[in-house]
Design a protein. Structure first.
Length: 65
């Protein structure tokens, strides 16, 4: 999930700080997700997918089909 969040964030031209603000978390949390030190809470997955304009499956590196 870590690499996918980073890749999708960069594709959308969002900084870690901008993504964090949209999610209501601190920038350090986004950095930890991207390094694989922690994962976002499951309940945050739908909002994260909307912000990154992707499916929840894409967050996990899987095709929806």
């Amino acid at each position: 999930m870590a690499n996918n969040i980073r890749e999708l964030r960069v594709q959308r031209e969002l900084s870690q700080a901008a993504l964090a603000q949209k999610l209501g978390v601190c920038q350090q949390a986004v950095g930890k997700w991207e390094r694989g030190d922690s994962d976002p809470k499951w309940a945050m997955a739908p909002k994260l997918a909307v912000i990154l304009n992707c499916s929840i499956d894409a967050l996990f590196g899987r095709d929806a089909g």
